[in-house]
Design a protein around this ligand. Structure first.
Ligand code: PGA
Length: 254
């Protein structure tokens, strides 16, 4: 049984003061709510204070990126050791905004994943296609390549600790969600690739989130699909009420 996981990706939003007020409220609203793993990924600047507030709670802290070295002459970057120091368990790797705006390749992503595992951080690996690629019937091929290259030399013990987020790029921040059926079809395809790289038992354990305009009004339908194990939420995670409703999704399937 895969425990559902909802992760809030705040991107470049919220000052420390606002982040603290948010998680303080969130912690109260989700106290005793244990059926879903909840991860909050604030900007680097708020990690320290957010971790402090969430120390005695079920809510887990994640970062949005990291540099794949423990330390060194890399101006402006943040290392996995620093993230551990700030109370992070998770780290988002290969978000499409990093791939597009900062030219992150699958090779970079692979390096970051390996380094994250070395320091026992749990990566959330993002994959997904552009609209032109989907329209050209290439969505599966794109995701296949991202997974094969991104997961190169990652072992079974590590893959089961990580999360994969399928985020069609055309659905991010656009208000346009993939239909639950289309999203589920890609999730099944991803699980199939995992069963080829590893085996079926391993593939059945890996949690696959959907991301891209997830909101309180579409989360239930998404979570009622067989292979959607959670969501990576951007815009709708910036408001406590909206995030709480997403975490408290209603699911009819077992
Ligand atoms: P969105 O972003 O929910 O605002 O579409 C999702 C993401 O980029 O992770």
């Amino acid at each position: 049984m895969r425990k559902p996981i909802i992760a809030a990706n705040w991107k470049m939003n919220k000052t420390v003061k606002k982040a603290v007020a948010f998680v303080d409220d969130l912690k109260k609203q989700l106290s005793n709510y244990t059926g879903v793993e909840v991860v909050v990924c604030p900007p680097f600047t708020a990690l320290n204070k957010v971790s402090e507030v969430l120390k005695e709670s079920n809510i887990i802290v994640g970062a949005q990126n990291m540099y794949p070295e423990p330390a060194g002459a890399v101006t402006g970057e943040i290392s996995p050791l620093m993230l551990l120091d700030l109370g992070c368990d998770y780290v988002i790797i290969g978000h499409s905004e990093r791939r597009t705006l900062f030219n992150e390749t699958d090779e970079t992503v692979n390096k970051k994943l390996k380094c994250a595992f070395t320091y026992r951080l749990r990566p959330i690996l993002c994959v997904g296609e552009y609209l032109e690629q989907r329209d050209a019937g290439k969505a599966e091929e794109v995701v296949y390549n991202q997974l094969i290259k991104g997961l190169a030399d990652i072992g079974k013990d590590d893959i089961v600790r990580m999360v994969i987020a399928y985020e069609p790029i055309w659905a991010i921040g656009t208000g346009r969600t993939a239909t639950p059926e289309d999203a589920n079809a890609m999730h099944k395809f991803i699980r199939h690739i995992l069963s080829e790289i590893y085996d079926q038992k391993v593939a059945a354990k890996v949690r696959i989130q959907y991301g891209g305009s997830v909101r309180p009004d579409n989360i239930d339908d998404l979570m009622n699909q067989s292979d959607i194990d959670g969501a990576l939420v951007g815009g709708a995670s910036l408001d406590v009420r909206s995030l709480v409703r997403i975490v408290k999704f209603k699911r009819e399937i077992a």
